[in-house]
Design a binder for this molecule. Sequence first.
Ligand SMILES: NC(=O)c1ccc[n+]([C@@H]2O[C@H](COP(=O)([O-])OP(=O)(O)OC[C@H]3O[C@@H](n4cnc5c(N)ncnc54)[C@H](O)[C@@H]3O)[C@@H](O)[C@H]2O)c1
Length: 102
Amino acid sequence: MRVAVTGGGGFLGSHLCEALLRRGDEVVCLDDFSTGDPANISSFLEDPAFELVRGDVSRSVDVPGAVDAVALRGGPATVRALPPSSRSSRRTGSVAAARSFR
Ligand SMILES: NC(=O)c1ccc[n+]([C@@H]2O[C@H](COP(=O)([O-])OP(=O)(O)OC[C@H]3O[C@@H](n4cnc5c(N)ncnc54)[C@H](O)[C@@H]3O)[C@@H](O)[C@H]2O)c1
């Protein structure tokens, strides 16, 4: 699968990226590094199965190609940008996907 991980450059997100890569998935990491540290993902950058897209997912980020799944990680900014009715975890993932994966 090709999995997009928002906030993939953060503490938890980078561990998720690592786990996905280890099980054989392709990973598209979306992060604006507002709180994350690029060092968290530096060891993945040479991996052809890993792609980094820098940008704010609460706005809109161009993600090249199709993705099979979206895993939402990120700080409060990601959630605050969404309508209150969409803040359950499942709906948040859907709305983030709609904004960034057109
Ligand atoms: N060694 C350790 O044990 C350790 C180290 C660091 C953090 N922590 C703990 O982990 C928790 C925090 O981890 P986390 O992964 O939830 O937070 P995080 O800040 O590390 O990760 C959130 C990621 O989302 C990104 N992000 C936020 N808004 C975004 C947006 N609009 N668009 C794109 N990217 C966006 C940030 O840049 C960041 O990379 C805390 O409880 C902290 O205490 C533990």
